[in-house]
Design a protein around this ligand. Structure first.
Ligand code: CO
Length: 493
């Protein structure tokens, strides 16, 4: 990228990044590839076997018409398969109905939640409340099924090898077409006679909202389902589980549908955060015959929880909380976002006492961060380490350029930074086969390298992040910034 090299060499860098560099990762990728990765620095560990799946909102323009926000972009699934020290890359768009229609028409046909409008001004958009299932937030592999998820509607099922779209997933008819299904399932690893399960939910938001909790057994059959009504408007993206509870933090938000109905804003831009109102915490027992409890914590906005566990009379929850909803002014392009004016996500620890109905919270670390990840066997159990995408500097808000590993109890931490020209995504922790300690394994993340306008798959040593990558796998192209994904040892291409 000529422009960013010129910028870096001619401007004094007062920040650990330049906005032009960051913008390089906000270009659409329209090609679909399938190749062995042959440009590798370092060595891929021979015992790293399996596939890293990533979901990337990648169609950032439709035939040159830019989307208003990357969260509105069609999902593209990437699979990076590791076997015997080798790696293979493949990417495919999810062929949702809306994707096929828009690609055939060569123009935007649907409004987006985050402000994308059809051409023709407000008149062309008013009262068109149809949304496109864009399948762009998460991709999970469970019960032999690879599913692309978008929280407001049903999953799409894909072929785990070829990434071909197989169709809408109904979970044996449990989900009707259009049923909300969260992008944040939690895999309860099971223990002490309990089998491993996928626990997830669907949120139907309105003046009053309904949360439906689903539990799926290891063959992806729904074995438990219970619905709860939650008063008031609800915007909940993620939840946390323990062996006995599902925990939902109801962000103090309200929704004014008028600008959306009138074709002026996306529904995601009609949300208002209320800092003077507490966050409600809904505690739904997984045994649905037990009583529901509601607690309150101080106001905050949460997208993502790292983990929760039961300890004596308390439930401990580690979450990334923002002091305000990190919204962007509708009139500004997201590409011009002034990071320092947006509140940072920060890691907090919450203590919920179900006996006394009291709560307390503590800031674990002030560094801007998000995309928390814990060892898969610690989900719902007491964990020591959390891995996060984080800012290079310890204070202020900035793009995610570093991977942080932190012990919330002691504050002990390790950091690896890709600054000034690298921008990281969600870190996925993969335990080493036969590992004995919680951090014995690898952290896999995608790093957009503005210096080469391409993306690297970076493998870090879990026990020693700060030593730098064990391997950097250079892709032949860039990838736009992704959201979530998973690793499974079950699929090796
Ligand atoms: Co998320």
């Amino acid at each position: 990228m000529t422009t960013s090299s010129v910028h870096a060499s001619t401007s004094p860098l007062t920040k650990p990044y330049s906005l032009e560099d960051w913008q390089g990762g906000n270009q659409a990728l329209k090609e679909e590839f399938d190749y062995a990765i042959d440009n590798i620095e370092g060595e891929i560990p021979a015992d790293l076997q399996g596939t890293l799946y990533r979901n990337v909102p990648a169609m950032l323009d439709v035939n040159g018409q830019p989307l208003h926000h990357p969260f509105d972009a069609d999902g593209m699934i990437c699979a990076i398969a590791f076997s015997q020290g080798q790696a293979h890359f493949r990417n495919r768009y999810v062929r949702t109905q809306g994707f096929l229609e828009e690609q055939a028409a060569g123009q935007i046909l649907y409004r987006g939640v985050f402000g994308t409008q059809k051409p023709g001004g407000w008149w062309a958009n008013a009262f068109d409340l149809r949304l496109k299932n864009i399948a762009n937030t998460q991709v999970i592999y469970w019960g032999g099924k690879l599913l692309a998820l978008w929280e407001a509607s049903h999953p799409h099922r894909l072929d785990p090898q070829t990434l071909e779209t197989l169709g809408i997933e109904t979970l044996d008819g449990v989900l009707r077409e259009g049923t909300p299904f969260s992008a944040h399932p939690r895999i309860d690893p099971g223990a002490e006679g309990r089998e491993s399960r996928m626990v997830t939910f669907g949120l139907k938001a309105g003046l009053s909202s309904t949360i439906t909790i689903y539990e799926l057994d290891s063959s992806a059959r729904v074995v438990k389902q219970h619905a709860h009504s939650v008063p008031g408007f609800t915007f909940i993206h993620d939840f946390a589980i323990t062996p006995n509870y599902c925990l939902f933090f109801q962000n103090p938000m309200s929704f004014n549908p008028l600008p959306y109905a009138l074709g002026l804003r996306g529904p995601g831009e009609c949300l208002k955060f209320h800092p003077q109102r507490p966050t409600k915490v809904w505690v739904f027992p997984r045994d649905s015959s037990q009583a529901v409890q509601v607690l309150e914590v101080e106001s905050g906005f949460i997208f993502h929880h790292a983990n929760a566990f039961e300890q004596d009379d308390e439930i401990v929850v580690d979450s990334v909380s923002y002091q305000d909803f990190p919204a962007i002014d509708h009139k500004l392009s997201y590409r011009k976002v002034e990071f320092e004016k947006v509140p940072p996500g920060q890691l907090w620890r919450f203590h919920l006492n179900l006996n006394t109905q009291t709560t307390r919270r503590r800031l674990v670390n002030a560094r801007a961060c998000d995309f928390p990840y814990v060892h898969p066997a610690r989900i719902g159990q007491r964990h020591r380490w959390i891995f996060l995408g984080a800012a290079h500097q310890a204070e202020g808000n900035a793009p995610l350029q570093a991977i942080l590993k932190i012990d919330p109890e002691t504050g002990e931490q390790q950091l690896w930074s890709a600054a000034p020209r690298g921008f990281v995504g969600e870190p996925v922790f993969v335990p080493r086969p036969g590992s004995r300690t919680e951090d014995d394994g690898w952290v896999l993340t995608l790093v957009y390298d503005a210096a080469c306008d391409r993306t690297d798959v970076v493998i870090l040593e879990g026990t020693n992040l700060s030593q730098g990558p064990l391997a950097r796998l250079h892709l032949k192209h860039h990838l736009p910034y992704g959201l979530h994904g998973c690793f499974t040892p079950a699929i090796v291409a």
